[in-house]
Design a protein around this ligand. Structure first.
Ligand code: G6P
Length: 366
């Protein structure tokens, strides 16, 4: 039962464990092998409308916003449409100029977040086209939109989101493939992506099997007062989400930075008391990642790396290894250890994991 803890102590841990099934549901019935693409029945937009889109603007709050950042990278790289994400809470207050050739996408697990709903209402009042990426079927934001994608992650009880974040990223990957395949993404690249999407549930399960090593790293991290999370390009939203989780459930101060921005300020903070959690996939930026780790090490910063292979001791004292997938989908797998890291840090610090102080699952007031 979705509202029953079963063998678990906390809903957050239970929901982290449910991610393979949640992703299966997000993908279910949507893969179109014949045309090397995905079918998204709820968009309510014809291919010629989708081809006319010149820019994608994504809005959401909290983890929904960070998943929107993952989505923006996916859309840019697979569909080659400029895309960006912004917190809906800021958007609604800045008298936004509506982009006549833009597609707007509102992201929300609950579909009830007041700031996101207000942004959607303002957009639709001004004539913009707004789609949703939403978990809760029939929710206020889903009803206010012109159409969209339900992620079908299942009910999420823990205030800190886990499976809804992952399923939202998967939904964006599907949207990116769909937009790409009616533009210039080749059938071979479409196949490459749908094969990788299909393999995700088993790979998520493989990450979950490393819980013991992640727990050990979390106990170490919980001994510090602060932490720095770093990532580059598609890894940066994951660094942000990882830092957010640590703040939310472990009440630890954590900041996320783009790895290349470290030298423009935060490097001054690096010392043996400032652990760095580095999201460093072995992708086309692998060399650059390694040089950042050298810079941190040279200043005595202890490093926990999330990567595709065990890094040498002189680069990182600890590495959590995640399976490889297609580079575009790396963020989805790299995020899973960060969820378990926050969970186990919170457990070590005896926090109120499912209902963190001062937070609500769904913020329905301004
Ligand atoms: C609250 C929760 C966050 C969540 C955000 C957006 O602030 O504490 O965990 O990410 O709302 O929620 P939504 O339901 O719109 O995704």
């Amino acid at each position: 039962d979705d509202y029953d803890l079963g063998q678990y102590e906390h809903f957050l841990r239970k929901e982290i464990g449910e991610q393979p099934e949640a992703v299966e549901r997000t993908l279910s019935g949507r893969i179109d092998e014949r045309f090397s693409t995905v079918k998204l029945g709820g968009l309510n937009l014809e291919p010629h409308d989708l081809r006319a889109i010149k820019r994608v603007h994504i809005l959401g709050c909290g983890s929904a916003y960070y998943s929107g950042e993952v989505g923006a990278h996916l859309i840019e790289s697979l569909a080659r449409i400029p895309a960006s994400a912004e917190p809906a809470s800021e958007y609604r207050y800045r008298n936004p100029v509506i982009d006549p050739n833009g597609l707007y996408i509102a992201v929300s697990q609950s579909g009830e977040t007041a700031d996101t709903l207000a942004a959607v209402e303002e957009l639709t009042r001004k004539g913009a086209r707004v789609l949703g990426v939403i978990n809760q079927v029939g929710s206020a934001i889903a009803r206010a939109n012109n159409g969209g994608i339900y992620i079908h992650a299942g009910p999420e009880v823990s205030v800190a989101s886990s499976k809804s974040f992952t399923s939202t990223c998967v939904a964006f990957a599907m949207l990116a493939v769909h937009l790409g395949r009616i533009r210039d993404l080749s059938p071979a690249d479409g196949d490459r992506m749908i094969t990788a999407l299909r393999e995700l549930p088993a790979k998520i399960a493989a990450v979950l099997e490393q819980e013991e090593a992640i727990e050990e790293a979390a106990k170490w991290l919980a001994g510090f007062d602060n932490a720095m999370f770093i990532g580059r390009v598609r890894g940066y939203p994951i660094a942000r989400e990882g830092a957010q989780k640590i703040k939310e459930v472990a009440y630890m101060h954590a900041e996320a930075y783009q790895a290349a921005e470290l030298k423009h300020g935060p490097l001054a903070l690096i010392c043996p008391e400032m652990p760095v959690v580095a999201v460093v996939p072995d992708d086309e930026l692998g060399e650059k990642q390694r040089s950042t780790l050298h810079e941190i090490k040279a200043r005595g910063g202890p490093i926990l790396a999330i990567s595709h292979e065990k890094l040498p001791e002189e680069l990182a004292e600890r590495t959590i290894v995640v399976p490889r997938t297609e580079p575009e989908l790396d963020p989805i797998l790299l995020n899973i250890p960060l969820q378990l890291l926050a969970y186990h840090a919170a457990l070590a610090l005896d926090r109120d994991i499912d209902k963190p102080r001062n937070l609500a699952k769904s913020v329905t007031v301004e």
